[in-house]
Design a protein around this ligand. Structure first.
Ligand SMILES: Cc1ncc(COP(=O)(O)O)c(C=O)c1O
Length: 362
């Protein structure tokens, strides 16, 4: 008798394991495992969410018109070329569904964001990873790996979990080396945190090419991770395709109104950024002073390297922290079993993780 089976590729997916939110036995948890906003959501977003509660019996505006207009105004983009999604995760999946399938390859760098591999498998496509150089995407290695089967190249810039980034010149070189029928997806989930002159989220590349898309999220600096809200900026033809494959109401009203309010709250964004500006270097410096290798990051987290064996491995450090109510993110799934990723938290949380790791290292 024939048994029920999913499409090829699905059973190869190791379900995505998000950053832990609970530590057994701990009354208070310090959650530094998911790169969320340290300071929380904008009060104006909370207010907008409350106000929207009375109308949740109505379907949302399926076109997210007001939200797209607000994003367009803020980032000086044509709202017609913006597509919103239930987190940038959904947008990554929609791109996969629209442009890849069995026999196609999806390319990314070795320690790139995990969803590229998982969502490629989800559509039966073949994931392909190009080696990195010192935990940085390597343009030449990526281009070498492009074949006639390659349909899309995903690049997180800055990358999660390494915190590293490519410069505008490197991005342009990557794009220039790709065939015109290969889509370059620049995932700029952490763009709002970046304070570098030699960085771009890729907007201008989208403007001058037919095969470049940039994705963004409200889950990080804007502090709306639970609402699931992301957006992308794409050539008109890609936008048209995505509107055909997305669900008609893929972004709920609470997410839309909170997103608009968060965008308008410049003061909250300034506070969020100032907090990161202060605590990212502090965290990196303090962890480095404990004798740990901290990889340079321009986002809201640091990647920390531990011993490969002995009593101070990343696994031991993770357990040590968790026993004390502090959650960091183990990195084995990213091919970095010697590392933990630690998000920038509130002042007391940052002090707690440094002090607790200090006890382990002493
Ligand atoms: C590089 C990168 N892209 C996308 C996402 C997904 O974000 P969202 O919450 O918008 O789905 C994350 C989340 O951690 C990320 O690190």
């Amino acid at each position: 008798m024939a048994s029920l089976r999913p499409r090829p590729g699905i059973l190869e997916i190791e379900p995505y394991v998000g950053g832990k939110a609970e530590a057994e036995g701990a009354a208070r948890v310090v959650k530094l495992s998911a790169n969320e906003s340290a300071i929380g959501p904008s009060p104006r977003a909370i207010e907008a969410l409350r106000a929207a509660a009375a109308t949740i019996h109505r379907y949302p505006d399926g076109g997210a018109r007001t939200l797209r207009a607000a994003i367009g105004e803020r980032f000086r983009l044509d709202p017609e070329r913006i597509v919103c999604g239930a987190g940038s995760d959904e947008l990554i999946q929609l791109l996969m569904r629209a442009y890849a399938g069995p026999g196609d390859e999806i390319l990314y760098s070795a320690h790139g964001f995990l969803m590229y591999k998982l969502s490629a498998l989800g559509v039966g496509a073949t994931p392909a990873a190009a080696p990195e150089r010192e935990l940085r995407a390597d343009v030449d290695a990526l281009l070498e790996r492009v074949s006639s089967r390659t349909r899309m190249v995903f690049l997180a810039n800055p990358n999660n979990p390494t915190g590293s980034y490519l410069t505008p010149d490197e991005l342009a070189r990557l794009h220039a080396g790709l065939p015109e029928d290969v889509l370059l997806v620049i995932d700029a989930a952490y763009a709002e945190y970046v304070r570098r002159n030699d960085y771009t989220s890729g907007l201008e590349l989208v403007d001058r090419a037919d095969n470049v898309v940039m994705t963004r999220t409200f889950s990080k600096l804007f502090g709306l991770a639970a609402l699931r809200l992301g957006w992308l900026y794409a050539p008109a033809a890609v936008v048209d395709v995505l509107h055909r494959v997305r669900g008609p109401f893929n972004v709920g009203t609470p997410a839309q109104v909170a997103g608009i309010a968060a965008l308008e709250d410049l003061n909250h964004q300034d506070r969020s950024l100032a907090h990161n500006d202060l605590w990212l270097p502090w965290l990196a410096g303090q962890l480095g002073a404990l004798g740990l290798t901290v990889h340079p990051s321009i986002a809201n987290f640091v990647l920390v390297e531990f011993d490969r064996d002995g009593s101070r491995t990343a696994a031991a450090a993770s357990a040590w922290l968790e026993d004390r109510g502090i959650l960091a993110r183990p990195m084995a799934a990213y091919g970095l079993p010697q590392c933990l990723r630690i998000s920038v938290g509130l002042e007391a949380e940052n002090h707690a993780v440094v002090a607790t790791l200090g006890e382990l290292m002493a």
